[in-house]
Design a protein around this ligand. Structure first.
Ligand code: PEP
Length: 250
C-alpha cells in the first residue's frame, strides 16, 4: 500500500506573516486527516518560522530547491544539510519552472537528488513534458530520459527516499488539467520505467504524484486512477480551505 502524498508548492508567494496565517488556517482543517502525507513548501526565508508553527503537527515541511554541495563558496545557494537544520524533511527538485527559468538540467537535477538523499531529505522529483513535446509525440521519450538521468547512480535503497511528481508543463498554472486517463497513462508509463531501471517491487513502492492545476473539484477523479498516488499542488495550495479539501482526497 502506497501512502498518498499531497504537497503544496507555494512558489514565490507569501511573506512570513502571510505564510503563518496560511499555516494557522490549515492546521485545524487537516488535524484529523489521517493516512495522507501532507507537505508544504514555502520560500527559503520563512522555512524556520513555518517549521516552528508546524511542530508536532501532521504537516511536513519542504523546500523548493537545494544545491548539491554541502557548503563552500557558492553565493546564493542553500544546501540540503541547511534545509534539515531549518526543519525540512522534504525538498522539491527539478520543478519545470527551475528547468525553464534557471537552467536546471537532468544532470544538475541528478546531483541535487543525490545530495538531498545523502543528507536525509525525501525528494519530490519533478518531471513532465512541454506542450510542444506532447504535440510532437515525444512525451514518453522525455519522461524516460528525465527519470533515467535524474535517478542515475541511485541505489534501490536510496530510491525509497524519492517521490516522483509527474507535472505536464502545459498543465501547470494554466487551469488545463490532464484528463484522468492522460495522467494515468503517463503514471503507468513512469512506473514501468522504474520497473525496468530497478525491479517490480521498486516500481510498486514508488509514489507518483500528479501536478498541474489540481483543485478540490478534480482531485477525486485523479486519485481514483490506479497509478496516481497524490498531487503536487501550486495555486490551490495558497488557500487553506482549498488545500485542505485536496488533502482530504476529494
Ligand atoms: C506546481 O507548481 O507544481 C503546480 C502544479 O502548479 P499549479 O497547481 O498551479 O498548476
Amino acid at each position: 500500500m502506497r501512502t498518498p502524498v499531497i504537497a503544496g508548492n507555494w512558489k514565490l508567494y507569501k511573506t512570513a506573516g502571510q505564510a503563518l496565517e496560511l499555516v494557522g488556517g490549515l492546521l485545524p482543517l487537516v488535524a484529523q486527516t489521517k493516512g495522507v502525507e501532507i507537505v508544504v513548501a514555502p520560500v527559503f526565508t520563512v522555512l524556520g518560522k513555518v517549521a516552528e508553527a508546524l511542530a508536532g503537527s501532521n504537516i511536513h515541511l519542504s523546500a523548493q530547491d537545494c544545491f548539491w554541495e554541502e557548503e563552500g563558496a557558492f553565493t546564493g545557494e542553500i544546501s540540503s544539510t541547511m534545509l534539515i537544520d531549518a526543519g525540512c524533511s522534504h525538498v522539491i527538485i527539478g520543478h519545470s519552472e527551475r528547468r525553464q527559468f534557471f537552467g536546471e538540467t537532468d544532470a544538475t537535477v541528478n546531483k541535487k537528488i543525490k545530495a538531498a538523499i545523502k543528507a536525509g531529505l525525501t525528494v519530490l522529483f519533478c518531471i513532465g513534458e512541454t506542450l510542444q513535446e506532447r504535440e510532437g509525440d515525444q512525451t514518453f521519450d522525455v519522461l524516460r530520459r528525465q527519470v533515467t538521468q535524474g535517478l542515475r547512480d541511485l541505489s534501490q535503497e536510496q530510491l525509497k527516499k524519492v517521490i516522483i511528481a509527474y507535472e505536464p508543463v502545459w498543465a501547470i498554472g494554466t487551469g488545463k488539467t490532464a484528463t484522468d486517463s492522460q495522467a494515468q497513462e503517463a503514471h503507468q508509463f513512469i512506473r514501468g520505467v522504474i520497473a525496468g531501471l530497478y525491479d517490480k517491487d521498486a516500481a510498486e513502492e514508488m509514489r507518483i504524484l500528479y501536478g498541474g492545476s489540481v483543485k478540490p473539484e478534480n482531485i477525486g477523479g485523479l486519485m481514483a486512477q490506479a497509478d496516481i498516488d497524490g498531487a503536487l499542488v501550486g495555486g490551490a495550495s495558497l488557500k487553506a480551505d482549498s488545500f485542505a479539501a485536496i488533502a482530504k482526497l476529494g
